[in-house]
Design a protein around this ligand. Sequence first.
Ligand code: NDP
Length: 336
Amino acid sequence: MSPVTNTREIHLASRPIGRPTQGNFRLVDSELPELRDGQVLVRNRFMSVDPYMRGRMNDVKSYSAPFRLDAALDGGAVGEVVASRSDSHKVGDVVVHQLGWREHAVVEAAAAATVPSDLAPASAFLGALGMTGLTAYAGLLKVAEFKEGDVVFVSGAAGAVGSMVGQIAKAMGAGKVIGSAGSAEKVARLLELGFDAAFNYNDGPVLQQLQEAAGERGIDVYFDNVGGEHLEAALSTLTVGGRIAMCGAIAQYNSTEPPAAPRNLAVAIGKQLTMRGFLVGGQRQHSAEFRQKMAGWLADGTVRYDETIVDGLENAPQAFIDLLDGANTGKMLVRL
Ligand code: NDP
């Protein structure tokens, strides 16, 4: 017998058009299925809200399947095993899995990765030591092929991925790290985290602010979390042979119109630029190396991480909406 029979979960009630609203979501009480052999029951403690979920709310074919209407949403979560019918997992294990947006989850043991909970608080396995950390690490080092001395520009720099990109670049010997973010407080935080320069993209044109920060030398690497005007400014500022890791385009996730920028893509020809899109799912082979390096950087203080934590499953839709609006510094999480 499972110790609990019911849980609460968030369903997608309707597909957002443009910016999501509370009305697109519904809190639902539901019965948990009986545990079968090979399954574990997890009490979720933190769930992740991530920008990619916005794309899954649209009914369009993409790299991950759309969320179904009137069914629970899913996504990264961490919690403890409270019942197990698997030899590989015992009660008390802390596991990361993909059945977030609910307080309890019945998970196939094979899909619940036990994490070394002595290494860091459980929430870190959704952020710095988890998916967003790996995105930053692999995107910078493997996709953009970062080299010591490179001048790196990262947008969305105060967010989960961006704040890791900048700090990893510094740790690996970047010539200079420049970040952009949407408020003066975030810019101040980036400087505290060791970024060499940072600007608020709301203060003026991105191109002008980036070129002031980069100087004559320009930038070697652009880690793109935003797209649009940021990408256009980076294309104009990259040096010959520069590299772009195309990670995200959050400036357009809520838009109902096609993006107006970049208008200068052809500069990639003369500058012999490399632009590579990537998905973290295609970078899992670097997980062990990443985990080991990041654990060391966190332990010796080279890398620090911020979390913005919202309490309660019922507040998860608002946390997601606020994430897209930039309310978070570091990883946006919901404590359950
Ligand atoms: P963040 O923690 O960076 O949160 C999103 C941030 O985006 C907000 O805090 C906000 O910060 C910023 N933002 C929102 N709207 C705009 C806008 N119009 N222009 C500029 N910035 C904006 O999220 P993540 O770190 O989880 O994700 C960052 C990016 O990486 C996203 O694009 C995401 O889709 C992508 N990603 C891609 C992965 C992949 O496999 N390719 C995996 C994980 C993430 P601000 O206040 O600065 O505006």
